[in-house]
Write a protein that binds this ligand. Sequence first.
Ligand code: ATP
Ligand code: NI
Length: 326
Amino acid sequence: MDKLLQAEELFVNFYTTKETVRVLTGFSLEVEHGDIVGIVGESGSGKSVAIAAMINLLEKTGRIDRGAVWFEGADVLQMDEETLRNLRCSEVGVIPNNPKGMLHPIVPIGTQLMNRYCSAHPDAKKEEARRHAVEALEMVQIPDPEKRLHVLPSELSGGMAQRVLIAMALINNPKLIVADDATTGLDVTVQSQILDLIEAQVHKTHSSAIMVTHDLGIVAQYCKKVGILCMGRIVEYSDSVEELLQMAAHPYTRTLLAATPGVPREYCDEVNPAKSARHEISAQGCLLQNRCKHCTEICCRTAPPKTEIAPGHWVECHLAGKERES
Ligand SMILES: Nc1ncnc2c1ncn2[C@@H]1O[C@H](COP(=O)(O)OP(=O)(O)OP(=O)(O)O)[C@@H](O)[C@H]1O
Ligand code: NI
């Protein structure tokens, strides 16, 4: 069977009048049916751009210069507009992290949900769309869903608005749910309720999910597989989150883990923080050569190859498998 989603060596640049910003630098990811995959990386590492690239929905100035994306074997970068719209409305449900900004402020949430349903079911009668809107609100545990259909987004709390966004993303039963930092800014109880909901939906509908986050703790709790995103590419990946937490091999991963509470092993900082949000990406060698405390001559010369250090666990670092000081 085809993989659900495959992104292969994506290179994305943003071209503004002043400069070219390199964002994805060979991003690859595979999602199989039933997977919950975590993508973890610091702010600016390219998480949201990677998601947009995978559904071919970059902002105007962004361009996919190289690479390929396959959804159930279909070439996403060659799809016509209608197929793409269907992909984004019903096959993939993206939950962004800015609920108020993503909902139309003066359109009742019921109408927005019904519109979303109808975009995937153009022949649906109004009553059918309304029923699905109510069910979607029930699914995300919004009390009194019938009454809430008339509410405007501006009348909702942050947690409620985030639930509505999840309802929007799930109303058409997508095969792939993508949560882009879906719970940042919400308090911890609401955060786990929302992530529990996403997890339950994946199990109930046999779909798959990508959870994008800064927080390795979330990944440890909800994901089976994990990729660490650094400066636009996955630099360490494991089919098993536990294995990665125990045996993290990339200096960048180890630094992220040093700041994560409750990790089964102690790690320390091996990579300096980025000097600016807009990192300078070197043209050759390792992407992290200016920040890594272990950087040697080979790191500046050659890009590190992918090394498999345990079954299903690989890392791109010249130090992989070698003794190091820290
Ligand atoms: N439209 C754009 N024009 C120019 N640069 C952009 C544009 N969109 C994103 N970028 C740049 O791409 C990089 C990655 O952005 P992205 O939003 O994917 O980061 P992120 O990992 O999702 O961060 P965060 O955790 O803060 O959401 C950033 O350096 C950002 O400045
Ligand atoms: Ni983002």
